[in-house]
Design a protein around this ligand. Structure first.
Ligand code: ADP
Ligand code: MG
Length: 232
């Protein structure tokens, strides 16, 4: 498995500052952060073949350096249950993305394991000119935009910083279980924050990271979308 330095080096060779979702997830996996399995298909037949090995239901997503908001472009299809649905989704993703972004170069379509539903949260990292790397934790999905309910901590984070980042959001009650749902594994979320903190502290060329969303479960958590941006 490629390590973070190799993945970053590959992007640099191609003069790219933004890692693809697949590269970003490979990087997360190398840091010990759980993500979905991802394979890049460059034909409909290949997408079907990958789906068979990954297993149903699966998810298909556009992979293009020119498209960063994949669902806005019609580039995400979840819950695909069989070969026919995968083949149709492959064609639909390409058609929709090329209609919305006629100039886009599409490298292919990724085939991914479909993560079971969980509480959507996000972990982010941005570089502040004064404070350096700053980590963010918040609720994911629509809530991040509507409520702006996020907390920030300056890296490197201590264990108690990570615990506070998770606790400090206003809607932290949702993490404790809501209307009969089980509490989520906050230790797994703190672990992700600490691994990202360690990584960005030792890798200053990473300028931004976005794990959006992470699905949080009573046991564990998994990043289903990821983006890493390099600086100078
Ligand atoms: P975007 O580029 O639009 O942010 P995402 O990769 O985040 O695209 O996908 C959009 C949504 O689809 C996610 O917020 C999540 O709810 C769902 N999703 C994406 N990938 C998966 C997956 N592998 N398993 C389950 N749900 C997924
Ligand atoms: Mg996303």
């Amino acid at each position: 498995m490629a390590n973070a330095i190799e993945i970053i080096g590959n992007a640099r060779k191609e003069s790219r500052a933004i890692l693809t979702e697949m590269e970003s997830k490979q990087l997360l996996a190398s840091l010990g952060i759980p993500t979905t399995q991802v394979e890049l298909a460059t034909s409909r037949e290949e997408a079907v073949a990958f789906s068979k090995t990954i297993g149903y239901p699966c998810v298909l997503k556009v992979s293009s350096h020119d498209i960063s908001h994949k669902s806005d472009a019609g580039g995400v299809k979840v819950g695909l249950k069989n070969d026919e649905e995968v083949a149709a989704a492959y064609d639909a993703i390409k058609a929709s993305c090329l209609t919305k972004f006629p100039q886009a170069v599409i490298e292919g379509v990724t085939v991914q394991t479909m993560a079971k539903p969980g509480l959507e949260v996000i972990v982010g990292m941005a570089t502040d000119p004064q404070f350096g790397p700053v980590l963010m934790f918040g609720l994911g999905g629509v809530w991040v935009e509507v409520l702006k309910d996020v907390s920030f901590k300056i890296a490197p984070l201590t264990k108690s910083d990570a615990a506070m980042a998770v606790r400090e959001i206003r809607a932290s009650k949702l993490l404790d279980g809501f209307r009969g749902s089980e509490p989520v594994d906050t230790a797994a979320l703190e672990d992700i924050l600490l691994r990202i903190s360690d990584f960005v502290t030792t890798t200053p060329e990473v300028k931004e990271m976005d794990l959006n969303p992470i699905f949080a479960y009573p046991n564990g958590a998994i990043a289903v979308d990821a983006r890493v941006i390099l600086g100078e």
